[in-house]
Design a protein around this ligand. Structure first.
Ligand SMILES: CC(C)(COP(=O)(O)OP(=O)(O)OC[C@H]1O[C@@H](n2cnc3c(N)ncnc32)[C@H](O)[C@@H]1OP(=O)(O)O)[C@@H](O)C(=O)NCCC(=O)NCCS
Length: 216
């Protein structure tokens, strides 16, 4: 379990999502804020449990709107590869814990899919191949109120660690024009654009492209 802690003098003045945002740096670079005994707020990245899924589904809807995976689909992904279903949980003293980010992965063989247009017609969970040696990052999302503070990058980096621990060959994902920089920061490179994919969803997935990070 990974966590950032935020100490005295750097308290989140108001960390309610409906109120003013916490200072951007508080959720940003963990190295700038050494853990102290008076830590007040932290974001922990941890594997999901089945009883997280209802809240995770609500977060998924806030992130993806009409493209959101259903509770049933998230259950299938958790069942397929539990260690790659990661949650970012905001923890504050005296407040209920809150899910603010999620990512999940599946296993693919290296030659899957032959056509990404065909892939779009099936649910991601149906593409899971337990014998595959590619970690496919099926979804990444951060609560809109907490974006731009490094949580997305932390989730991606943790997913890459999952792939390394399983001795997989590579991590693969479909980026969009807005998220390429984030994935490039984690070491991914563009393999090719996928101009025929997500034609009806261009607002949420503009200019999709296949990206990969070799692990060996
Ligand atoms: C993509 C996403 C997970 C990034 O989460 P995050 O916590 O803001 O990510 P980080 O803070 O680690 O990195 C921010 C980077 O993400 C990218 N980004 C993409 N969309 C963004 C958004 N709406 N808000 C902020 N950053 C965004 C930018 O490159 C940004 O780089 P910058 O800091 O130099 O401007 C989040 O914006 C999100 O949930 N978007 C909607 C779902 C989505 O597009 N998922 C990925 C599909 S490929």
């Amino acid at each position: 379990m990974k966590q950032d802690q935020f100490g005295e003098g750097r308290r989140m003045r108001n960390s309610g999502l409906s109120g003013p945002r916490p200072e951007p740096a508080l959720l940003g670079d963990p190295r700038r804020f050494a853990p102290t005994r008076t830590a007040t707020a932290r974001v922990v990245i941890r594997p999901a449990r089945p009883d997280d899924l209802e809240e995770a589904t609500l977060l998924e809807r806030r992130v993806w709107g009409r493209m959101a995976a259903t509770l049933n689909e998230l259950q299938r992904r958790l069942f397929a590869l539990p260690e790659s279903f990661l949650l970012a949980e905001l923890q504050r003293p005296g407040r209920l814990r809150q899910l603010v980010g999620l990512s999940n992965g599946l296993l693919w063989s290296r030659d899957f899919p032959r056509s990404y247009v065909e892939y779009e017609k099936i649910l991601p969970s149906a593409s899971h191949n337990p014998r595959g040696d590619v970690l496919y990052l099926a979804s990444l999302g951060v609560d809109p109120a907490l974006r731009g503070r490094g949580l997305g990058l932390r989730l991606v980096q943790e997913m890459v660690e999952v792939g390394r621990r399983r001795h997989l060959k590579l991590v693969r994902l479909i980026a969009n024009h807005r998220t390429r920089t984030l994935y490039a920061r984690a070491g991914f490179e563009i393999v090719r654009p996928l101009p025929r994919l997500f034609r009806q969803q261009r607002d949420l997935m503009p200019r999709p492209a296949l990206m990969e990070l070799p692990l060996t």
